[in-house]
Design a protein around this ligand. Structure first.
Ligand code: UT7
Length: 326
């Protein structure tokens, strides 16, 4: 099996900022409750003229720019999402068309809820290994504002829209390890959208317990499988569901909190988009950059979990540093 390195990253933010106070005008909640229970202050919803597809396209274009490759060099596309408008075509196929990518490549969506992007990386690794391809475009994209029941205060305060994408390059050698799993269960359900109002249902307490168990398990498994010391990991990019979940895990594992990137205060929980969005933001704005070693960890509906230990290519530059756009 090939290994993967991250060569390029991109993200797209939805245009409409929705603060906790905005939501407190719709349901019986408060900025105080939302921020102390979740760390979320605001989230982005798609504005007029935007949707999941436009966000996925923008993030993908930036990732390809960041990777400094031609889009015709992409050898597979995998999109983690639960927000597609169609059962078919997949979101990945829509993006393939919009970007004018080659036709002789595998293109598909992965539904692993909030673990979808990391599952997507592993699917892409398998595809590159079996086809002999070099570059994968892996996307995480959600438009959860379409799926939220805006009368349910238990869930409507948690989620947001967004997209992140990476160009991953297959490598014969190097540091790469992965762990994937699922428990099977109905703790998080999403129905619709259809003629009825769509609904995200969640047993928050059960999912919280699951998450604080799953994250340390993933990190430990990656450590054991790779033989790496956690002190040699430059940053941890976890699914941005809730700041309290991450703080709990950091305390439990006695890790340095500054190594855990957090941006749920600004974007809320964007499901499959949260890890690639946080990754791109981290690489653009913080020290961790070319040559760094990261752990990415996701958990969510299914109940799924996923982690990868992955290197950022020595050739990495963010899209802004490259300039231009494909
Ligand atoms: O991406 C998928 C992964 N999802 C997650 O990781 C979510 C994991 N779970 C959580 O993050 C937390 O469980 C929540 C943030 C969803 C909820 O926090 P909690 O501390 O577990 O609260 P709770 O569900 O036990 O509710 C406590 C109280 C209840 O009132 P009573 O029964 O004690 O009177 C709720 O009705 O808070 C009430 N409540 C609210 N109050 C104000 C629930 N939602 C709200 C709200 N505003 N938005």
């Amino acid at each position: 099996m090939k290994k993967l390195e991250i060569l390029g990253t991109g993200r797209a933010l939805a245009g409409k900022r929705v603060t906790n106070d905005d939501l407190a005008r719709l349901v019986d909640t408060s900025d105080e409750w939302i921020s102390t229970r979740t760390g979320i202050k605001e989230r982005r919803f798609c504005d007029e003229g935007e949707d999941a597809y436009s966000l996925a396209e923008e993030a993908s274009r930036k990732a390809i720019t960041s990777a400094a490759i031609d889009s015709s060099e992409i050898d597979c596309v995998v999109c983690g999402t639960i927000s597609g408008y169609y059962v078919t075509p997949s979101m990945a196929c829509v993006i393939q068309k919009r970007l004018g990518l080659r036709e002789d490549i595998p293109v598909l969506d992965v539904n692993a809820a909030c673990s979808g992007f990391i599952y997507g990386l592993e699917v892409a690794r398998g595809l590159l290994s079996s086809t002999g391809g070099r570059y994968a475009l892996v996307i995480g994209c959600e438009e959860l504002s379409r799926l939220i029941d805006m009368t349910d205060r238990n869930t409507c305060v948690l989620f947001g829209d967004g997209a992140g994408a990476v160009v991953a390059e297959a490598a014969d050698e190097g540091l790469y390890e992965s762990v994937l799993g699922a428990r099977g269960g109905y703790e998080i359900t999403v129905t619709g959208p259809g003629p009825e109002v769509s609904r995200i249902g969640m047993d928050g307490k059960e999912v919280f317990k699951f998450a604080v168990d799953a994250i340390p398990k993933c990190i430990d498994a990656l450590k054991v499988k790779s033989g790496i010391e956690l002190a040699d990991v430059d940053a941890f990019v976890c699914h941005q569901a809730n700041a309290r979940i991450l703080d709990h895990c950091i305390r439990k594992m006695k890790l340095d909190p500054s190594l855990f990137y957090k941006n749920m205060d600004r974007y809320g929980n964007t499901s499959a988009a949260s890890v690639p969005m946080a990754l791109d933001e981290l690489l653009e704005t913080r020290g961790a950059g070319a040559g760094s070693t990261l752990m990415l960890v996701g958990f969510g509906g299914g109940l799924t979990w996923a982690g990868v230990l992955i290197k950022i290519s020595d050739r990495y530059k963010c899209a802004d540093q490259r300039g231009g756009s494909v």
